[in-house]
Design a binder for this molecule. Structure first.
Ligand code: FAD
Length: 318
């Protein structure tokens, strides 16, 4: 079992990694396996698994009032990680978010993951829940990912929240954090966002994975700004191929990113859903080839449980 940073430092050639979204509650675990199997042909050194907050829904009662319900839509991280580990010979990088959890809950999750033999964590803040305008930490929860990174590093030193734990077992987590080539939507400007990214690195993050982008120049500018700010850890570009016309609206809304006009025009000119899919796949292939030509250490693909296009892209680019 390897740490991502060791893999990044030891691999002589760039590699592809994949991010999976756990299936919805009630689906068969085979569905999860089915979205991993096609990716195994590329021998990924690890697979990222996202983590999702409970969602809030308002259900209409017979008397016309609404009841607020908190719903867990997907199985928990621990179960997903255990299921994948039982089936595949691949390292897992579970995403751990601050949102919805107290410090104690987060620490327990990290201890469980350590017991499961996990050596890598992607540390994130998470977003606001439905109905909340801005992200709000739980009472005694973390407000920023840098605080979560700090907790992980304390556990790596054997320091637990409970002060009565003496000579606690040290975890040995390698930590990834998120970076935003087009700025995180809450940050006042790019400079302050990069300073906040630097805080995560100073708190102990080993590497950065970026938000998706569709114009590689944004990524190159971001890497340059990070280096100028003194961030020296590896930066892995994150890519997602567009597969439907709806995503032209959905992706900027959900992820606060731009889609270049050239790509939008090509997608709109496409005559069928298949042609749209092909345009998105080819654009991402070109992005991948260009990134590899610029010497990136790896490319992180957001699969969103759809793997056909990703397999085509990796086959044509690596
Ligand atoms: P932070 O680093 O805390 O930053 C959030 C905002 O606060 C930024 O604007 C930053 O500039 C600012 N900030 C940071 N530190 C400070 C500080 N000390 N003082 C003041 N301002 C500060 N979400 C999920 O729910 N589940 C996932 O599995 C998931 N996986 C992701 C994977 C990747 C690769 C990426 C790029 C994003 C992922 N996200 C996921 C989305 C992420 O949770 C959101 O983008 C979230 O809004 C910010 O998370 P963060 O970890 O970057 O937060």
């Amino acid at each position: 079992m390897s740490k991502v940073i060791d893999i990044l430092n030891s691999k002589s050639s760039p590699f592809a990694t994949f991010e999976l979204v756990p299936p919805l509650k009630g689906s068969d675990v085979e569905k999860l396996y089915g979205s991993i199997e096609p990716l195994m042909q590329f021998c990924p050194p690890y697979i990222n698994v996202t983590c999702h907050r409970d969602e809030v829904e308002y259900c209409l009662n017979e008397d016309g009032t609404y009841t607020r319900m908190t719903l867990s839509k997907r199985p928990g991280t621990i179960a997903i990680v255990a299921a994948i580990k039982m089936k595949f010979e691949v390292d897992i990088v579970p995403h751990v978010i601050c949102g919805g959890a107290s410090r104690t809950m987060t620490e327990s999750e990290l201890i469980d993951l350590h017991f499961l033999g996990i050596h890598n964590i992607m540390a994130l803040r998470g977003d606001a829940v439905t109905g909340q305008r801005y992200f709000q930490p739980e009472p005694d929860g973390f407000a920023h990912a840098s605080e979560l990174v700090g907790m992980i590093q304390q556990l790596n030193r054997g320091q637990y929240l409970d002060p009565t734990v003496r000579n606690g077992l040290s975890t040995d987590f390698c930590v990834g954090v998120a970076g935003y080539p087009e700025k995180h939507y809450e940050a006042a400007n790019m400079e302050s966002d990069i300073q906040n990214l630097k805080r995560k690195v100073e708190a102990g993050a080993d590497y950065i994975i970026t938000q998706m982008f569709f114009d590689n120049q944004r990524f190159y500018d971001f890497v340059r700004q990070c280096r100028e700010a003194g961030i020296t850890v590896p930066i892995i570009p994150g890519l997602k191929p567009i597969s439907t016309l709806r995503q032209i609206d959905l992706l900027p809304r959900s992820f606060h990113i731009d889609i270049p006009q050239e790509l939008v025009s090509e997608l709109r000119r496409a005559q069928s859903p298949e042609a749209v899919y092909q345009v998105g796949t080819e654009w991402c292939t070109e992005q991948s080839r260009d990134l590899l030509a610029h010497g990136v250490p790896a490319i992180h693909y957001y699969t969103m449980a759809k793997t056909n296009n990703i397999c085509q892209i990796v086959n044509k680019s690596f």
